[in-house]
Write a protein that binds this ligand. Structure first.
Ligand SMILES: [Zn+2]
Length: 426
């Protein structure tokens, strides 16, 4: 299509006006929020030192100070409920022979592990000998204090050889699983009947004989948690809502010293929601539809906050016109993924059009259904929902290295503008 120079000029002006308006200092604001959310005060936004609770206070204050409206069923901008969670509030110590292992770097406690305090456990390797000569070589050890060492790379080969039965018969005090790949932590709502650690294979001393270990563990059946939510009323259809969501929780701490800051996951998505609140709070940016901003808790423990919301919505889910969930939003040099993009192809085409028109992100990709973030249970309840995450090499996932200075923030501005434009087009 040919366009006249006059029209071209107008389009160019439009782009320029649009970008100056949206560029209003949002990246410094976002980086500051990510810094704050990753600071020691919030303890990794988990269940040690009330990290997640403190974060909910900080965020609900932000909602309030931004002038968001609160729902009658969540007057303080919070939806309170309880969930089970396993935690490690105190000592986390592991020594093999004379080598003290570094928590978070050399080893992680399995999130479902039981606590333990034991010295000089004898190491038994769950190797070929263990499985093939169990009766002659291993059985006599029953009743001894044992740390059973399992190599995660080898264990597949021993499946079907009464693995679980033999381990249970031996009744080890501790299981050490050796892993050759990256150690990725998580949060658990259940607990094992055993103490269990994951150790980097190269940190395990060859011919090790004994293990001393102390892991303080506390399991809560009903730990109090909260989703944070508030809204801006639409000018024309106040009863119909666009949801913009992200999870604010992360993995918290493993013991007193080791903190998981969760900069990309998901201080970044949380900060983007805060950024959008700032934008839509300006009267000139008000939409025809109401916008509900939700910051979920318990995502890392298994999408608990968003699941709870869909079970106990504070107004009927049918009133949600569209939901956009944000997770991992600070490292987008390769573009953005749209989960459910292939389920709602019309909206996906619209996203692509906006992206091309305003030159926002390198690429927008789509995939189908995935239970990998807080959009999922909404989708399962027939709410139209997308989950956006940015694409780009970023190896710091669920580890102690996902710190605020790591993300490139490439693509942040583009994604932000794309989301705003998309929401305006709904
Ligand atoms: Zn995560």
């Amino acid at each position: 299509m040919k366009i006249t120079s006059h029209k071209y000029y107008l389009i160019l002006m439009g782009v320029l006006l649009f970008s100056t308006k949206l560029n209003a200092q949002n990246l410094p604001f976002v980086k500051k929020q990510v810094d704050t959310l990753c600071s020691p005060y919030f303890s990794g936004r988990g269940y040690i030192d009330s990290g997640a609770y403190k974060t909910s206070i900080y965020l609900s204050n932000y909602f309030k100070n931004s002038g968001l409206k609160a729902f009658p069923l969540a007057e303080d901008y919070c939806q309170n409920f309880k969930m089970p969670v396993n935690t490690f509030p105190g000592k986390v110590y592991l020594k093999i022979d004379n080598k003290i292992l570094k928590p978070g770097i050399d080893f992680l406690v399995d999130p479902s592990s039981l606590g333990i305090n034991a010295v000089n456990l004898n190491i038994v390797r769950a190797d070929k000998n263990f499985f093939e000569n169990y009766k002659s070589e291993v059985e006599h050890l029953r009743g001894e204090k044992i740390a059973l060492v399992i190599d995660a790379d080898e264990i597949e080969t021993y499946k079907g050889r009464d693995l679980a039965k033999k381990i249970n018969l031996l009744h080890p005090n501790l299981i050490i699983e050796l892993r050759s790949g990256k150690l990725i932590w998580s949060t658990s709502r259940t607990k094992l009947k055993k103490a269990y650690v994951w150790l980097k294979k190269d940190a395990f001393p060859a011919d090790a004989k004994v293990v001393s270990v102390e892991i303080e563990e506390k399991f809560y059946k009903k730990y109090p948690v909260r989703n944070v939510l508030g809204y801006i009323e639409g000018s024309k259809y106040p009863d119909s809502f666009i949801f913009l969501t992200a999870h604010y929780d992360h993995l918290g701490k493993m013991g007193k010293e080791v903190m998981f800051p969760g900069a990309n996951d998901n201080a970044s998505g949380t900060a983007m929601v805060m950024d959008a609140i700032k934008y839509f709070s300006m009267p000139e940016h008000r939409l025809q539809y109401s916008i509900c901003f939700v910051l979920f808790t318990g995502e890392e423990a298994g999408l608990v906050g968003s699941h709870h919301y869909t079970e106990k919505p504070i107004f009927p889910l049918e009133k949600i016109k569209f939901l956009i969930n944000l997770d991992l939003m600070s490292n987008g040099q390769d573009g953005m993924m749209v989960v459910n993009g292939s389920i709602y192809p019309d909206q996906f085409e619209w996203l692509k059009k906006i992206n091309t028109k305003y030159h926002l992100l390198k690429e927008i990709k789509k995939r189908g259904k995935a239970a990998n973030s807080d959009h999922y249970y909404f989708s399962e309840h027939d709410v139209k929902a997308y989950f956006f995450y940015l694409l780009g090499d970023y190896p710091y996932y669920h580890d102690i290295y996902d710190t605020p200075e790591k993300p490139s923030y490439a693509g942040y501005d583009g994604a932000f503008k794309l989301i705003i434009k998309f929401m305006e087009s709904l």
